[in-house]
Design a protein around this ligand. Structure first.
Ligand SMILES: [Zn+2]
Length: 164
């Protein structure tokens, strides 16, 4: 910051003119980061960058410059779609993650229904299950799987009895 008085900003350096303390570009395009100015200059043109900065409030200029730099970078990487390409990719990713989340939530609900049936069997015996039985195809399909943990538990407890 202290060296700003002596050094020209990247924009004034590019235009080969003197930089003043009132230079609107100076706070956002320091001479230490000429690349930042170069890319926005290449994509938007210096006069347009200046105009855009003049059109926004002083406290919003830093954000405006960052957005311009982001868009300029994206535009150079993808001349046709620019940042729209990144937005599209992220939207696609969101959609994929949302459908993954829906599948996982469905699986959690299924497991918790299984757990409820299993608990009712353990606590009340099979006659309780038959009265609280849900007509849920998923559960009826998986009834063999349902018995598996019980069977394993029984086998484990027999083993423990045997070894102890
Ligand atoms: Zn300047």
């Amino acid at each position: 910051m202290a060296t700003n008085k002596i050094k020209r900003c990247a924009s004034c350096m590019w235009q080969r003119k003197k930089c003043s303390e009132s230079c609107i570009m100076a706070p956002h395009f320091p001479s230490t980061d000429p690349h930042k100015f170069e890319i926005v200059h290449r994509v938007f043109g210096t006069s347009n960058v200046l105009k855009m900065l003049q059109d926004v409030e002083e406290n919003e200029r830093a954000v405006a410059v960052n957005n311009m730099a982001y868009e300029a970078n994206a535009r150079l990487a993808d001349p046709v779609y620019g940042s729209a390409s990144a937005v599209y990719q992220l939207q696609k990713q969101i959609a994929e993650l949302e459908s993954e989340l829906a599948i996982t939530q469905e699986e959690v609900a299924r497991m918790s229904r299984k757990r409820d049936v299993l608990i009712s069997i353990v606590i009340g015996g099979s006659h309780v299950w038959s009265t609280t039985q849900q007509t849920d195809d998923l559960i009826l399909e998986d009834i063999d799987l349902l018995w598996e943990p019980l069977w394993n538990w029984k086998v484990d407890s027999i083993k423990m009895e045997g070894s102890g």
